[in-house]
Design a protein around this ligand. Structure first.
Ligand SMILES: Cc1cc2nc3c(=O)[nH]c(=O)nc-3n(C[C@H](O)[C@H](O)[C@H](O)COP(=O)(O)OP(=O)(O)OC[C@H]3O[C@@H](n4cnc5c(N)ncnc54)[C@H](O)[C@@H]3O)c2cc1C
Length: 344
């Protein structure tokens, strides 16, 4: 694949002798495949390519991707790894090429509350408006809110002189929970998401008090591709319900498998577009078998069959599920999406 957009970052002057090894280790630790090329390294991803190598008087990083927004995202990820490998070095980097322009990071926009209504006892449907929403249709299933602290004038993230995102800190720090698009209305410039109301949630508190016209930030869209597989095992709790609903709606009719959704309150149950070959089961937390018991009991198709596991729930369940499917059943990385959607 060729990538038309390019950017180069350089650091002049001394840097630690083990720098390239340390960056490679950081990148690998985050699950990306790193190739070594002579003294340098290369990471080839579907979204772009990154190469880093020492030079006579410093080192350079080359990024190729589809556009300035994608270059920015890859550069932010690289700088994050660099900050761990060699704290402070990123401040000395200079960049040129196809970089985003503008005051805000390219994946950030301000959005406005249009209205809030309950869709079931514990879910609020939030309708929001933004100047542009077209990229929410196909750009990814999820986004993060950037909620400013109550009773303070919001301070939004901005790009500094070097093009790096600077986040407000301390009393101005933003709260960034992730959510899932439920509907996007491009003509009206609006989108909906469903927020699970739970004790102690900052976003819950914000949503309960939100007034029409109020502004928050949004980062995204991103993440959450449609899982492949003739056989699909899906499981999750309230936080995963919007994503499960969407994936089922977009699933091919011939798909086989099982869906388990665990709720604290059965009244939050909703319509699911379950393909004929799949079964759906609602579980009530604290009554009968729990999510883990049901997941672990599913007879799973053997190696070589077209199969996929999609699980999103509390961190501990995600950890158990990872061990079970990857380490015990030998499911490969491209047959699984297991994600911690919240932490107890
Ligand atoms: C990719 C992705 C998509 C998501 N989509 C959705 C979505 O569409 N709708 C949705 O409601 N959530 C969704 N979530 C989950 C949501 O981001 C988290 O629940 C988040 O913690 C909520 O933020 P908060 O400000 O309410 O709580 P926080 O301020 O993060 O946490 C405050 C307290 O609430 C507790 N808490 C957080 N979540 C829960 C919960 N579900 N049940 C009980 N206690 C909880 C925490 O343990 C903590 O003690 C998604 C998460 C991810 C990663």
């Amino acid at each position: 694949m060729t990538f038309p957009a390019r950017a180069v970052g350089t650091v002049a002057g001394p840097f630690p002798a083990t720098l390239i090894d340390d960056i490679a280790a950081e990148i690998a630790e985050h699950g990306y495949a790193v190739e070594r090329q002579g003294d340098g390294l290369c990471v080839a991803l579907p979204v772009g390519r990154l190469e880093a190598e020492p030079e006579a008087a410093g080192f350079s990083v080359r990024i190729a991707s589809s556009g300035p927004k994608q270059i920015h995202e890859m550069r932010e990820a690289f700088l994050h790894f660099l900050d761990h490998a060699a704290p402070g070095l990123s401040e000395r980097m200079t960049w040129r090429g196809d970089l985003p322009t503008g005051a805000y990071p390219p994946n950030f926009r301000k959005v406005r509350v249009v209205g809030t209504r309950p869709v079931s006892p514990n879910f609020l449907r939030m309708t929001m408006a933004a100047e542009t929403v077209g990229d929410f249709v196909a750009g990814g299933m999820h986004f993060r809110l950037a909620i400013p602290p109550k009773d303070r004038a919001p301070v939004w993230p901005h790009l500094d002189g070097g093009g790096r995102t600077r986040w407000p800190k301390g009393e101005d720090a933003l709260h960034n929970p992730a959510y899932t698009f439920v509907a996007v209305d491009v003509e009206k410039g609006e989108f909906d998401f469903d927020l699970y109301v739970h004790d102690g949630g900052k976003a819950t508190q914000w949503a309960l008090e939100a007034e029409a016209g109020e502004e928050v930030g949004l980062l995204g869209p991103g993440g959450g591709t449609l899982p492949p597989g003739d056989f699909l095992l899906m499981a999750g709790d309230e936080t995963a319900l919007p994503a499960i609903r969407r994936i089922l709606e977009l699933s091919p009719p011939g798909r086989r498998g099982h869906v388990f959704v665990e709720l604290g309150d059965i009244a939050d149950r909703c319509e699911l577009a379950v393909p004929e070959g799949m079964t759906a089961e609602w579980l009530i937390r604290g009554e009968g078998p729990d999510l883990w018991t049901r997941i672990a009991a599913v007879p799973f198709p053997g190696e070589g069959e077209s199969r996929f596991v999609w699980i999103a729930a509390e961190r501990e369940l995600a950890r158990k599920a990872r061990l079970h499917f990857r380490d015990t059943l030998g499911i490969t990385q491209d047959e699984v999406y297991i994600s911690a959607y919240w932490t107890r």
